[in-house]
Design a protein around this ligand. Sequence first.
Ligand code: HEC
Length: 114
Amino acid sequence: MDVTSGQGMIRGKQTSARAGDLAAGKASYTTFCAKCHGDSGKGNGSAGASLQTRPHDFTNCADMTPMPNDMLFKVIKDGGAASSLSSEMPAWKDAFEDSEIKDLVAYVRSFCKK
Ligand code: HEC
């Protein structure tokens, strides 16, 4: 998978605020998220097939762009149920610091290449 172009794109958008570290986000994603969301973000990880609710395709900009960063952050931190989504999406607040969740948001965003 080529994240290099996405990386440049996101970095280009960054101003002074730290918007998330893509490399760190990728490492966490590959370990903890890819089994459901898939290495390529399409929601086709090994466990993805047995989910009742299919996660969004992170590469689909039409689906992902309207979701604000705050929303993605909250879903990752507090789990799907807290946002009226499927409880199959676990809460990660005990696993990650807020800064690490921001890294994950940045990495999730990087799948949509426009
Ligand atoms: C056990 C499977 C599973 C794991 C592991 C998992 N997710 Fe999810 N995730 C889901 C499902 C299912 C949804 C869809 C919830 C819905 O739309 O009702 C979801 C939804 C999301 C969403 C909201 C967008 C969407 O698809 O609805 C984000 C963002 C997300 N997950 C990120 C992550 C990140 C980051 C990790 C790793 C830290 C992770 N997920 C780990 C199953 C999982």
